[in-house]
Design a binder for this molecule. Sequence first.
Ligand code: ZN
Length: 235
Amino acid sequence: MFKESSHIIAGISTKVDGNMKLDSSSVSDPAAYNRQLFFNRRGFSDRPIISAGLVHGRRVAVIQATDPGGTVPGYDALITDGKGMMLTITVADCLPLYFYDPVKSVIAIAHAGWRGILDNIGGEVAASFKKNYGSQLSNIQVVIGPHLQKCHFEVQDDVASRFAANPEFIIKTDRTFIDLSGLVRRQLVSAGLADNNIRVSGECTYCLTDKYFSYRRDKGELKTMISYICLPGKE
Ligand SMILES: [Zn+2]
């Protein structure tokens, strides 16, 4: 996934892995079971799994190496230098942003929907690398994972108007679409990252019916993928 991918465990689940959306109101949560199976199959059953609570905000939680795992409510991004910590978010159209600083050995993951992108969550994560770990921004690598691409992120005028400051990412035909990953890339470069350190997946969650859940395509059905990143170690 990253340029120096051999050092990093990262990816996203697909439909065959089942629904990964945790439902804390359910006593016997099938998604929790699916998650455990998913990480077991990959041989990661012994690691603390930390999940961002997701509120379409921009806050970044710093996760210590001693964290036992669990959900971190009120956050959309997680960052750590702890080895073996599995950082996760769930997505089903929103953009999963994976971050890696190979020099400081720090990772982060962020859940970026259009609201979080308007709040520049990517730039917030970049700032967190610098503030908490002294990262050089030019060293940070980013991968933007599968998401609702500009072929399918159609918006009405109310949402389009929120992007008026970034007209180059608004595509107008007889309908209106927004190129969210294009905007995130520009925000990251504005934050100080190198353009050639940013990779964007071409996969669209809506287009790939057999591979991914899509909130938009599935008409609000609450099924999601899990995106994860982990610094290996302790082995
Ligand atoms: Zn599409």
